[in-house]
Design a protein around this ligand. Structure first.
Ligand code: IVH
Length: 708
């Protein structure tokens, strides 16, 4: 190959590699295999090896170029990096919107009829439609975005090349982290297209996705290094590495949400687009991942709706957010509104209740679970976190306590995300008192704390268990609670307090005993009126003809979840056949492996478990064969995603029906998703579906699909 041809090849390789980076790290939509990507990189490296004078800093081979630094040099920001005012209450948002509306009305930028002053040409609508009265018809146009819980950075491009990256610091001066930022493959080293201004500063957040964080922590543990407490700390620690080689190993992402200096070649300030939204689209065109989940909103009511929808979807987002941000969309209006102190008046952060707080660990209790697992539970100084007051949090198991080095008396970080059980993340070592006490399970609990049976910890298991089985009241209660749960027999009105009283009073010891409870008797229990007793008896009665799969699941056999129960029930068709099945027979069921087969065998080998099944039968409980759908499976090979609340179908019921029709249900939307079924208050999954062009159905649409 001639030098000219080789140079062409080198340029083509660079462009292709960056295009794959963009697809993979920005669009989340890779188009080639890792092996193919590696081959392109190797080809490029080979050419650059033979022609060292052709290597330029924007080559994809140069992402991890720099040697470890001694320190981070200070960087003065050309345009200050501001922070945002915080709001927690709806009233704060109403006041914000009122303030913004007032100032804009006064400025003449908008009139009480909602008309925009169009002196310099209408490029867009500040208010969408004219309306009478003082308040404009539809309210101010805002863009609402996620408030990413990461670290703010500013990326400076000159002539389209990344020249500097800096942390926010105090807003005026940050630290130079260019070498580290260059290792993030979601950050273009060279801006895409050829319309880049002479100077462009892009601002946004560096963060670590939760799944990446979990993987990183597994690696940390495997290397016997300390795990990070949360994705934000992991991202911060990764960015503050003096050696960019280390940062390069960390799965960091960058999302753009703003800009700093923008200038043309003559050094004049530019504002290339008229609105916040259009500016972000403009940045996306240069190859950035731009604030996903953003939405146009008009007036305070729509802002609050966005807040509620995002709040509900928060736990299922791939990364942590700590609120949402509202920004006036029109940039002229932003200018008129200006700044107070260090925060803009045109934007505000609406925070979610914190998901992490610190508090004192007062003690560690041991609880016994449904399968006998002894679970250490933290007793905490009450603390408001994730929107509720938390006094107990799980510590999972003894190993976990030691791994995290949590001691009684420590100040600990408590996390409650979404509806998940609150957990102790780790201790704040700096605040450890001298008398903090390490936890020793065997010393506290030499036997089961509830029934006094022996405890055992099987080889290779992290969990210590009570061996009492259904002799142990704790296991009995948990088993009943499980049996009554929605995916099992769905007995409404049988709460944990009542179960506690029924078991402690000796009235109920197995599932079958529930079917002997009468209205009169139940109404004598505390907090049980005649009406609720009547309802409960009715609910119990209604559970007498459950699908076999649900009854099997209700028995609470270890390793038998609702999906396995369904597979097994379909395969055998009757409880008797399941009880009589050998391990080999069980292994014939698709998706049933040796662990599940052994567990089912062991369960029915116990006489007392067979007695419960017999007693259920005697009490008139008649499981019905799970009907395999007749003939065709209309959803075979299709994956659906459910989001929001549907008018009549529960999530479980919809899932059951989709599975029965041969389909799959997934928790996240991708290009492979066939349909997204959206109910009320659908959140980010709906947005993602729209972004990816995945068809969206409502409940009626789903029912139509199911009926073929
Ligand atoms: S805009 C002039 N947008 O929040 C407005 N900030 O409390 C400047 N943040 O330091 C910031 N997500 O680290 C903006 N969508 C978003 C954001 C966001 C997260 C962070 C950012 C900033 C802090 C201010």
């Amino acid at each position: 190959m001639t030098d000219d041809a080789l140079r062409q090849r080198l340029l083509a390789l660079r462009t292709e590699i960056e295009a794959h980076n963009h697809r993979y790290y920005v669009l989340d939509d890779p188009s080639v295999s890792d092996a193919h990507y590696d081959r392109l990189m190797a080809d490029l490296q080979a050419i650059e090896h033979d022609h060292p004078d052709w290597v330029t800093p924007d080559s994809p081979t140069q992402r991890v170029g720099a040697a470890p630094a001694g320190h981070f040099a200070p960087v003065r920001h050309a345009v200050r990096m501001l922070s945002l005012g915080n709001a927690f209450e709806d009233q704060d948002i109403l006041a914000f919107d009122e303030r913004v509306t007032g100032i804009l009305l006064e400025s003449g930028l908008l009139t009480p009829t909602g008309q925009v002053d169009q002196a310099d040409g209408p490029q867009h609508e500040l208010f969408p439609a004219p309306g009478a009265g003082k308040q404009p018809a539809h309210g101010v146009a805002y863009v609402a975005e996620y408030k990413f819980d990461g670290l703010a950075v500013s990326l400076r491009y000159e002539q389209g090349r990344l020249t500097q990256a800096a942390t926010r610091g105090d807003g005026s001066e940050g630290e130079d982290i260019t070498a580290n930022i260059r290792t993030l493959r979601s950050v273009p080293l060279r801006l895409h297209g050829d319309a880049a201004p002479a100077v462009l500063e892009v601002r946004g957040e560096v963060l670590m996705a939760r799944a990446d964080f979990a993987r990183l922590n597994e690696q940390q543990l495997a290397r016997r290094e300390k795990p990070f407490v949360n994705p934000r700390n992991a991202a911060a620690g990764s960015l503050r590495q003096l050696d960019p080689q280390v940062t390069a190993q960390r799965p960091l992402r960058f999302y753009a949400y703003g800009w700093g200096q923008i200038q043309d070649a003559a050094g004049h300030d530019l504002r290339p687009r008229a609105t916040q939204a259009a500016m972000l689209d403009w940045l996306a065109g240069f190859g950035f991942a731009v604030s996903p989940g953003r939405q146009h909103c008009r007036g305070a009511a729509e802002l609050l709706r966005f807040y509620a929808a995002v709040g509900a979807a928060r736990a299922s987002l791939p990364y942590d957010i700590d609120g949402v941000v509202y920004k006036v969309d029109d940039l002229r209006a932003q200018e008129v509104l200006g700044f107070v102190a260090r925060a803009p008046r045109f934007a505000i952060a609406h925070k979610f209740p914190a998901q992490e707080e610190t508090t004192r660990l007062l003690g560690i209790d041991v609880q016994v679970g449904r399968t006998g697992a002894l679970t250490p539970v933290a007793r905490l100084q009450p603390v408001f976190v994730g929107g509720v007051t938390v006094t107990n949090a799980t510590l999972h198991n003894e190993d976990e306590i030691h791994r995290k080095d949590v001691r009684i008396g420590d100040t600990v970080i408590v996390r409650r995300a979404g509806d998940v059980i609150p957990e102790v993340v780790g201790p704040v070592l700096e605040l450890r008192p001298a008398d903090a006490l390490p936890f020793d399970l065997l010393a506290v609990c030499p036997v089961c704390p509830v029934c006094g049976s022996a405890i055992e910890r099987l080889e290779g298991e992290a969990i210590t268990r009570c061996t009492g089985g259904l002799f142990c009241p704790a296991q009995r209660k948990q088993t009943l609670w499980h049996a009554a749960s929605r995916k099992a027999l769905d007995i409404d009105g049988l709460g944990d307090k009542l179960i506690e009283q029924l078991v402690d009073g000796g009235r109920v010891s197995t599932l079958a005993d529930l079917y002997g409870l009468g209205e009169l008797e139940l109404s004598t229990y505390p907090r049980m009126g005649q009406k609720s007793a009547q309802n409960l008896v009715q609910a119990i009665d209604q559970s007498r003809r459950p699908p076999l799969s649900r009854l099997l699941y209700a028995l609470g056999i270890r390793h038998v979840g609702d999906t396995t129960a369904r597979d097994v029930a379909r395969h055998f068709g009757s409880m008797q056949a399941i009880m009589d099945a050998s391990e080999d027979d069980l292994l014939q069921v698709p998706d049933v492996g040796p662990v599940v087969a052994a567990s089912i065998r062991r369960f029915f080998a116990e006489a007392h478990n067979r007695e419960v099944v017999a007693a259920l039968q005697a009490a008139g409980v008649e499981p019905q064969a799970d009907v395999a759908p007749a003939g065709a499976k209309p959803l075979a090979g299709k994956t659906l995603v459910l989001t929001g609340t549907m008018p009549t179908l529960t999530r479980d019921e919809a899932t059951r029906r989709i599975l029965a029709a041969g389909g799959k249900v997934s928790g996240s939307v991708s290009r492979k998703t066939a349909w997204v079924v959206a109910g009320d208050e659908a959140g980010s999954k709906l947005a993602k579906a729209e972004e990816l062009g995945v068809p969206v159905l409502d409940e009626a649409g789903l029912l139509a699909l199911l009926s073929g």
